[in-house]
Design a protein around this ligand. Structure first.
Ligand code: SAM
Length: 278
């Protein structure tokens, strides 16, 4: 594999930043090569260099989109990190249901949901432990930038390796059907999640106010100004007593004064601070 030139790297970096706000540091040049070389082959270009040369000349929107998609990281798993879901089950949902005793409606948004393991984990948890909520009172919306990964999520088909990561055996047998070497999520769980395409760094999606927002392991890819802008939008998307979950290595600290961290069990999540105004 030829090393990518600085000009080619800068072209990809600028394109990815413009479309997705993802920041590619120069030390990620190897990632550009390892992820775009297979795309170059798949799309009939002899090399990564030829693909980028063609893109520069005719700016093919579909190819441009494929390049950006190839540069996004979709790492995820069922019940990732465990404790956020424990806290949702043991503390947050019981508390929200008690507070919403008249409406009993709860809205949860998984922003940057990747191939769907996170929103399906929420859906399985709700069905298992909050059967009354599941009957038309729970709305789970799951969004991602990538149409390709959303297509996978909508299909709800997972390999043995994917279900081995984080999914308890009881949930596997109860909520999945074997399909060849893979496992398909049952329609009753699939139907609980509404998947939509949305760019967190673009026009903000038109969603109802949320009780819980999972926005995990995506802010890490953005620069400081983008993180601030997204958290400012999250502030307006969350109900005054709602909860925000970020990834284990992410924080609102030094980015937004609108949130305060709260520790519930083993989890740190975020609520709007008293002084935060919409
Ligand atoms: C590492 S995955 C995180 C998945 C899941 N939230 C989790 O924690 O397991 C990051 C996801 O963010 C999505 N993403 C990247 N940039 C985005 C953007 N600007 N808007 C929305 N989603 C984005 C990627 O497509 C990818 O699916």
């Amino acid at each position: 594999m030829n090393a990518i030139s600085e000009t080619d790297f800068n072209y990809v970096r600028d394109l990815v930043k413009r479309v997705s706000a993802i920041v590619l540091e120069p030390e990620k040049a190897y990632l550009v090569e390892t992820r775009l070389t297979p795309l170059a082959r798949k799309t009939g270009f002899g090399s990564l260099q030829a693909l980028l040369a063609s893109l520069r000349v005719d700016g093919n929107p579909r190819l441009r989109h494929q390049v950006v998609e190839a540069m996004t990281t979709h790492e995820t798993s069922f019940f990732r990190d465990g404790h956020p879901f424990e806290t949702l089950k043991a503390r947050i949902l019981p508390e929200l249901l008690a507070r919403r005793s008249s409406s009993q409606h709860v809205a949860i948004w998984c922003a940057a949901c990747s191939s769907g393991q996170e929103p399906f984990s929420v859906a399985m948890l709700a069905r298992e432990h909050f059967p009354t909520l599941v009957k038309g009172r729970l709305r789970i919306i799951a969004t991602d930038l990538s149409e390709a990964i959303l297509a996978r999520a909508r299909e709800g088909l997972y390999s043995q390796i994917e279900v081995n990561r984080g999914l308890p055996a009881t949930e596997l047998t109860r909520y999945f059907d074997r399909q060849g070497l893979c496992w398909r999520i049952k329609p009753e769980i699939r139907r609980m999640v509404d998947f939509q395409q949305s760019n967190l760094a673009g026009a903000w999606p038109n969603l109802p106010l949320m009780d819980v927002i999972f926005m995990r392991n995506v802010l890490i890819y953005f620069g400081i100004e983008t993180k601030k802008q997204i958290l400012n939008n999250v502030r307006r998307a969350l109900k005054p007593d709602g909860y925000l979950f970020l990834g284990a290595s992410e924080t609102t600290l030094n980015l937004s004064a609108a949130f305060e961290p709260i520790t519930l069990g083993k989890t740190t999540c975020y609520q709007l601070s008293q002084t935060s105004s919409r």
